[in-house]
Design a protein around this ligand. Structure first.
Ligand code: C5P
Length: 332
């Protein structure tokens, strides 16, 4: 063994399994700056964690290596090879500590897959925390966050949850105050959208409209003052106004690109608006659409109207903010 006696390392078979619950997110604002030389875009990304959750369980394995199984309605859309972000998270954590990974990961998937709600990022953050707990590696928070950033731009936020402003490519987080509960309805679409494809489409639309897509052409993204104030005050009408302000009528700079790649989303947005949503927008890179409601009852009514509109696969209610990745159980 490469692990000294008493040192942290892969848990012995029979050690209790560890389950971590991780929330989805919606972007209250996604201001997209110019294309950087490294292929990413500078962002002003106002993340809100919402109460739809994946659960990641890490269980000691006898054989070295990492295996993963996924359950849930969309399980067949999740890759099980080395490109699975939960597997990569376990690999990176083991490498960080110089230990051989030995773990069985189980993902109970409830967040839409490739839906613009950071489901893959949630699984990565969940696997990281579950393995760190199972293996007893007790990684300091700052190191966990650095590993998260290596796994993906949205992964650090999946770990911390709540509400945060993400700068850089989204990984540099500042926590935000939220003064109340917001009621949402989310309408997953049939099939996902590739995040890189949506960013490319955003660049293409900018170039086609004559503005250009690089940092030389696009203004630096800035968070919206009224939006941050609405969050801090827990003021739903003010948040609705901030979500739908600006020349494009949305706080999400990727919305036009998502609509361009998936024109049918316009019908879902219109159905939600007609059913009384205070704001209707694409969640992140889509194709999930997000609708703000005034109350829990209002959200239930809106969800029912969306389900019967025939413009989306289903509609789910959820509130924000929600707590970040957290161990919910050890044992079993
Ligand atoms: O960081 P993550 O792996 O989630 O990013 C996936 C892709 O999304 C990147 O390869 C890039 O094409 C795009 N992206 C971007 N700018 C960001 C975040 C993501 O262009 N700030």
């Amino acid at each position: 063994s490469r692990t000294a006696p008493g040192a942290p390392g892969p848990a012995a078979p029979g050690a209790p399994a560890v389950t971590v619950r991780v929330p989805a997110k919606v972007n209250a604002q996604l201001a997209v700056g110019g294309l950087r030389p490294d292929g990413f875009h500078d962002l002003a990304n106002v993340f809100l964690a919402v109460g739809l959750y994946d659960e990641v369980t890490a269980e000691a394995a006898e054989a070295p290596g990492i295996s993963v199984t996924v359950t849930g309605p969309d399980a067949d859309q999740v890759p099980l090879d080395g490109t699975n972000l939960a597997v990569r998270a376990a690999e990176l954590l083991a490498a960080h500590h110089g230990i051989e990974p030995r773990v069985r990961l189980r993902i109970a998937k409830d967040i839409p897959v490739a839906g613009g709600m950071a489901g893959g990022s949630a699984d990565a953050a969940g696997a990281l925390l579950a393995c760190d707990t199972l293996w007893g590696t007790a990684t300091p928070r700052a190191e966990l966050l650095a590993i998260c950033a290596e796994l993906g731009s949205d992964v650090p936020f999946s770990l911390v949850g709540g509400a945060a402003l993400g700068r850089g490519r989204g990984e540099l987080l500042t926590p935000l105050a939220v003064g109340g509960v917001f009621h949402w309805v989310f309408a997953p679409a049939d099939g996902g959208l590739s995040t890189p494809a949506v960013y490319r489409e955003c660049d293409r639309l900018r170039t086609a409209s004559g503005t250009g897509a690089t940092s030389a052409d696009v203004p630096d993204p800035e968070p919206s003052g009224p939006l941050l104030a609405a969050l801090a005050a827990g003021d739903t009408p003010a948040l609705a106004a901030a979500l739908t302000s600006g020349p494009a009528g949305t706080s999400n700079d990727l919305q036009a690109a998502a609509l361009s790649l998936r024109p049918s989303l316009a019908r879902t947005l219109a159905a939600g608006a007609a059913a009384g949503a205070l704001a209707a927008l694409v969640s992140g890179s889509g194709p999930t659409t997000a609708f703000l409601a005034a109350s829990a009852d209002g959200a239930e009514r809106l969800a029912a109207a969306l389900r019967s509109s025939g413009t989306c696969r289903t509609a789910r209610v959820a509130t924000s903010p929600a707590a970040g990745a957290a161990v919910t159980g050890a044992g079993g």
